[in-house]
Design a protein around this ligand. Structure first.
Ligand code: FES
Length: 128
């Protein structure tokens, strides 16, 4: 008797994910914040440099508070770093590592994303 071809060869369903936004919702050279999903406590934010998008949990590694001081305000004045509004810590945009401030050497929690057809997807539990 021949076994069916699926089974161990079947990768199974894709991990649960949720739509974050369209790529064009994030201003090129800027950032955008997203509130927590229903039942969540911590939101996310995205930074875009052309086609490169990075998404982080909106919680400073110093005290765990949100980084933005106003809606969508996550970057330093020169837009070269992510900046925490509470004590001014600066983080690398590419990897979230703190390069200045009280949490020097710590890092923001980066969220793995998928971009399909101009839409940004994040894991279902990101930012909860
Ligand atoms: S809470 Fe962000 S630097 Fe202190």
């Amino acid at each position: 008797m021949t076994e069916p071809l699926f089974g161990s060869l079947n990768p199974g369903p894709a991990p649960a994910s949720r739509r974050l936004c369209a790529v064009e919702d994030i201003p090129d050279g800027g950032a955008k914040g997203f509130p927590p999903p229903p039942g969540g406590f911590t939101g996310l934010f995205a930074v875009r440099r052309g086609a490169r998008i990075t998404v982080y949990v909106n919680a400073c590694p110093h005290l765990g508070v949100p980084l933005d001081w106003a809606p969508d305000r996550f970057l330093s004045v020169d837009r070269r770093h992510i900046m925490c509004a509470t004590h001014g810590a600066l983080f690398e945009i590419a990897d979230g590592r703190c390069v200045h401030g009280p949490c020097y050497g710590a890092a923001l929690e980066q969220v793995l994303i998928q971009v399909n057809g101009g839409t940004v997807w994040v894991p279902e539990d990101a930012g909860l």
